[in-house]
Write a protein that binds this ligand. Sequence first.
Ligand code: FES
Length: 168
Amino acid sequence: MVETKDRRDFVLKLGIGAGITALGAQAVASLRSLVPNVSYDSPTTVKVGPPNDFPDGMKFLPDERLFVFRDGKTFHAISAVCTHLGCTVRAEALSQVQTQGVEGKSLRMTHRFLCPCHGSKYKGDGSNESGPAPSPLAWYHLSLASDDGQLVVDLAKPVGHDFRLTLA
Ligand code: FES
């Protein structure tokens, strides 16, 4: 009689355990179904065209919100995203080209940057000069694609203001 009751208790506990396990597995499967199997994040490295498509001076890339500067065989890229609240800054050509040492390297500056939203101003190297912008515009890493020689910008790789890509 005692043995039958023990067996009944055991089977009951086994049933409850199996039920909890099944519910847990179902809950995990339901939550997993909410997460897509593919990533729709935009890639952080973007091919922006062959170097010869970039004139000496500056070219604005609206899709990447990026200014690419060329001085002969040397390139650098400055973000157009204002560091205040993220508006796209405008480039304004300087009346005279300025050459200045920036982080130990000479930089030929043809433009400065103005934010239309709240009036922040940035120098030609992207450093914040006035207005609410709390920090300089980002510079991004440039390289050449090994397969087709296009310029590649890595929008997840900020670099110092002494970064240059110089072509051979
Ligand atoms: S977003 Fe540029 S100054 Fe506010």
